[in-house]
Design a protein around this ligand. Structure first.
Ligand SMILES: [Zn+2]
Ligand SMILES: [Zn+2]
Length: 245
């Protein structure tokens, strides 16, 4: 599968770059994982948004869904011939936001539960409820043909179960919002917690995302690297970063 980072800031867009959104492509299938602020413009540089095959949402905070409505309008106002209805996967614990996923003739909300195993095109997807002020789910995507695994923590405070959930992932993308010293936060991980989860999970590569605008990002990376050692490459998320997994 191919991963393209479209947005990576936590909370709000900054300096021309947007908030959480990733494009995953496999076998001609294109999946948008979260749709943060600025993601539609970033997506356009890689793919015509009408060619997107599905959207998967971890939760309904604005920095993860800000561009969803305009994505629906894009496909409504400039459709391609015989464009299929876009499936948008989201949890059903917030009726208001879940209903917004459906726009007649354009998109259809498809609910998932934590215990589900969902097939989305070439991916098998499982879920883990995270530590966050609103219902939020980490996602584990397995590319069925190759067995390659991408895990995204979504937004989460420290949760030991994330290590098992991310076990042996080829790539783990994390919500690493804080420098060391703010452990056990109710919503986001620190560098130290991220490093510990990555080591316990035995992941092959680690991408730090949901980055905070007012901290020293090289230091964040340094703190994680100090814990994971040289065996796990640590990458700060960047807009348009592409990676074959
Ligand atoms: Zn967030
Ligand atoms: Zn959130």
């Amino acid at each position: 599968m191919k991963l393209t980072i479209l947005g990576y800031w936590g909370g709000f867009p900054f300096n021309g770059d947007g908030t959480t959104s990733f494009l995953l492509e496999s076998d001609g299938f294109s999946l948008l994982l979260d749709a943060g602020s600025g993601s539609l413009l970033a997506l356009e540089e890689h793919l015509n948004p009408v060619d997107l095959d599905a959207v998967l949402l971890t939760h309904y905070h604005h920095d993860h869904i800000a561009d969803l409505g305009v994505l629906q309008y894009y496909r409504q106002l400039m459709p391609k011939p015989e464009q299929p209805v876009l499936p948008i996967y989201g949890h059903m614990e917030d009726a208001f936001h879940f209903e917004e996923l459906t726009l007649a003739g354009v998109s259809e909300g498809i609910g998932y539960k934590e215990t589900d195993q969902v097939t989305i095109g070439p991916f098998s997807v499982t879920f883990l409820r995270t530590v966050h002020p609103v219902p939020c789910f980490a996602v584990r995507l397995v590319e069925r043909e190759t067995g390659k695994i991408l895990v995204f923590t979504a937004d989460s405070g420290y949760l030991s179960a994330l290590a098992d959930f991310a076990k042996d992932a080829d790539v783990l993308i994390t919500d690493t919002y804080f420098l060391e010293g703010h452990e056990n936060h109710h919503a986001h991980l620190t560098s130290k917690e991220t490093g510990e989860i990555a080591v316990a999970a035995g992941v092959k590569k680690l991408i730090l995302s949901h980055l905070r605008q007012d901290i020293e990002l090289p230091l964040l990376k340094e703190q994680v690297t100090a814990i994971v050692g040289g065996d796990i490459p640590v990458i700060l998320a960047e807009k348009h970063l592409e990676m074959i997994i």
